[in-house]
Design a binder for this molecule. Structure first.
Ligand SMILES: Cc1cc2nc3c(=O)[nH]c(=O)nc-3n(C[C@H](O)[C@H](O)[C@H](O)COP(=O)(O)OP(=O)(O)OC[C@H]3O[C@@H](n4cnc5c(N)ncnc54)[C@H](O)[C@@H]3O)c2cc1C
Length: 552
């Protein structure tokens, strides 16, 4: 596989030589660094690279150039090669145009010239951009191979587990790839044993469970210590924030996650309202950073394990893991968020993961290259998904039950959806049936005003409708409302919960009806349901854990 390319564009020969020198010094081993001295020359170079099927990871351009400005040129690059990262080198006086370009052309970053010393000013930015680009192009570096059927539920779950855990893999469709059939023969595996997962230096896995897969990949599936100060259940933004703060403050901390770190936020193609990221950042990127940060401070992560019970043993709290095993800790944080509700329509359950999917990570859009995709939902999560699918799919149809999108979705998303040529919004429409033998083949849509029904061919349906917490495992002692949201702090002292708080002192904010067990993020009653608030509550819970531990 040839090295991916970085193109640097500047009309000033001195600056051009300097940027190429600095880029080559750090990235030359893994990337080919090329140089252009004008916008038209750079575009011709990129067209040539595209013809030769060469991947371009990054274009770094000066703004002020004759013939064509940097932004005009980067705009053309964005349209030709949507995944290439774009970095603008600019002068302070051009800050406003650079900020505008973030919205207008999806500029990834702008920085001021000069960039000396590159170790402090250039490399951290380029490192980030290239690591994001690598995440989106796992095939270029992947060694894990997954052989399976496109429409198999187990194959889908395997791919999603790998994607959400940031494990690059190479997908081989048994019905399309010659290489897939050769590997099956070599491994002596029949088509009923799929997916087949080949891990470098490991044995071939046939239809592995997520725990087996995690184990084979060297991910930790068991806790290492007999007693922790804090056990965190769930590694979405709130759980990860708690892990970072707790471990950094010296608490022995473990996080248990049934699926993959990141939670709902990990599925987001672009989180644009999180402080400090003016261009937005993908959920995968945020998760990747948070996981690394928590690990750096020494928090342990146990993956692919579902927490199924909570017990109080004097001053110790124990969480039970599915299958076998438990973790003991002096305090517990419930950070289990919410999960999408199922769409109630004829034939829908039977087609789960064979054309009908709940939520979607940004990476899933690539699977729908050139296809037609249906999305159900009217909130921001559906809006983000639609825009992400539109980058790859031929056409995206958004199905909305209500008569207006503006009531439920942020204005900036509605605006972009309206501006996209390949997105159709169908208001007052609901799915009443899904049809298909092996996988989804058609949907019956009903107009909620007239009652008229229409059957449309469809292979991909992604559902983003209201979410609810799954908290049954908490048992009787942890007070929840009728929908399962966990009641915390002052709310426990409302008349309807009289007698449920067992101590003389008042519960701390975020503390549940079991002292020493806290809840943060979307799972908590009346929480804000945003990344920033989940992160804030996760961080705040650690302060309260310290206060609680001081009392026992
Ligand atoms: C597609 C999408 C886009 C979004 N975009 C934005 C946005 O742009 N801006 C914004 O502010 N908000 C956004 N949100 C909302 C935001 O992601 C959530 O508010 C946030 O993720 C809540 O964090 P959390 O940690 O409380 O829970 P979650 O993110 O739901 O994480 C909970 C974690 O707990 C795990 N878990 C659950 N039960 C168990 C168990 N029993 N055992 C072990 N693990 C368990 C789950 O697998 C999950 O990983 C978006 C949500 C979605 C779905």
């Amino acid at each position: 596989m040839p090295k991916p390319t970085i193109v640097a564009v500047d009309d000033d020969p001195g600056v051009s030589r300097a940027i190429v020198r600095d880029l080559r010094a750090r990235y030359g081993a893994d990337y080919r660094v090329m140089r252009a001295t004008s916008g038209p020359e750079a575009l011709a170079m990129l067209a040539e690279l595209a013809l030769r099927d060469r991947a371009v990871a990054l274009v770094v351009s000066d703004q002020r150039m004759p013939q064509m400005t940097g932004i005009e040129m980067l705009d053309a690059v964005r349209r030709q090669s949507p995944d290439t990262k774009l970095l603008l080198l600019t002068a302070y006086a051009d800050t406003d145009v650079a900020i505008k370009a973030i919205n207008d052309i999806g500029l990834d970053y702008y920085m001021f010239k000069p960039w000396d010393p590159p170790e402090d000013r250039l490399y951290p930015v380029v490192d980030d951009l290239l690591s994001d680009w690598r995440e989106d192009h796992p095939d270029l570096s992947s060694e894990v191979r997954v052989v399976g059927h496109l429409w198999s539920e187990r194959s889908y779950e395997t791919k999603m587990f790998l994607t959400r855990n940031h494990v690059p893999y190479h997908w081989l469709d048994v019905e399309r790839d010659e290489e897939a059939r050769r590997l099956l023969e070599l491994a002596g595996v029949g088509v009923d044993d799929l997916p087949l997962v080949l891990v470098p230096d490991g044995e071939a896995l046939h239809t592995p469970t997520t725990v087996e897969l995690a184990h084979a990949l060297g991910l930790r599936t068991q806790a290492q210590q007999p007693l922790y100060d804090l056990a965190i259940v769930g590694s979405g933004p709130s759980g990860l924030a708690a892990a970072v703060y707790a471990a950094s403050e010296g608490l022995r901390t473990v996080v248990v996650e049934r699926d993959a770190p990141g939670g709902q936020a990990g599925q987001s193609a672009s989180i644009e309202n999180y402080l400090g990221f003016p261009k937005g950042l993908s959920g995968a990127d945020l998760t990747h950073r948070a996981v690394a940060q928590a690990a750096r401070f020494g928090a342990e992560t146990v993956l692919a394990r579902d927490v199924v019970g909570l017990e109080t043993r004097g001053p110790v709290r124990a969480v039970a893991l599915d299958g076998s095993g438990e973790i003991e800790a002096r305090s517990v944080l419930i950070a289990t968020g919410v999960s999408y509700r199922r769409l109630q329509a004829r034939g829908m359950e039977a087609l789960g993961a064979r054309g009908v999917y709940y939520g979607a990570s940004a990476a899933e859009a690539v699977q729908c290259e050139g296809e037609e995709v249906y999305v159900v939902g009217a909130a921001n999560s559906a809006g983000q998904a639609v825009l992400n699918f539109a980058r790859h799919a031929k056409r995206v149809v958004l199905l909305v039950r209500g008569s207006r999108l503006d009531d439920t979705m942020s204005e900036y998303l509605v605006h972009r959806i309206r501006a996209a040529d390949n997105i159709e919004v169908r208001l007052r429409t609901e799915v009443v049936a899904a049809h298909g033998e092996q996988h989804l083949e058609a949907l019956t849509l009903a107009d909620r005003e007239t009652g008229t029904e229409q059957e449309v061919p469809a292979s991909w349906l992604f559902v983003f409708i209201g979410a609810s917490p799954r908290t049954d495992w908490l048992g009787e002692d942890v007070v929840r409302d009728t929908r399962g949201f966990v009641v915390t702090g002052p709310d426990l002292q409302l008349p309807e919960h009289t007698g449920r708080w067992p101590l003389g002192r008042s519960p701390y904010p975020l503390e549940t009806s079991v002292p020493g067990v806290f809840a943060a993020g979307d799972v908590r009653l009346d929480s804000m349901k945003r990344v920033a608030s989940a992160v804030g509550e996760g961080a705040m819970s650690v302060y309260l854990v310290h206060r609680y531990l001081a009392t026992v």
